[in-house]
Design a protein around this ligand. Structure first.
Ligand SMILES: [Zn+2]
Length: 53
């Protein structure tokens, strides 16, 4: 039971790390804003911004 909890926590850590990489601007390395079409820091296009409109 204890091992299962440890593995679960590690999975969450890995997920957070992946999400951090996912939302990192490829141009300047700063964090992208999920709600902005462009990077707040260097104005590079946010590749993960949903272009539905
Ligand atoms: Zn940027």
């Amino acid at each position: 039971m204890e091992n299962f909890i440890k593995i679960e926590n590690m999975g969450i850590m890995a997920f957070k790390e992946e999400a951090a990489i996912y939302w990192t601007c490829q141009e300047c390395g700063e964090l992208l804003c999920a709600h902005r079409a462009n990077c707040l820091h260097c104005n590079a296009p946010n590749p993960h911004f949903p272009n539905e409109k």
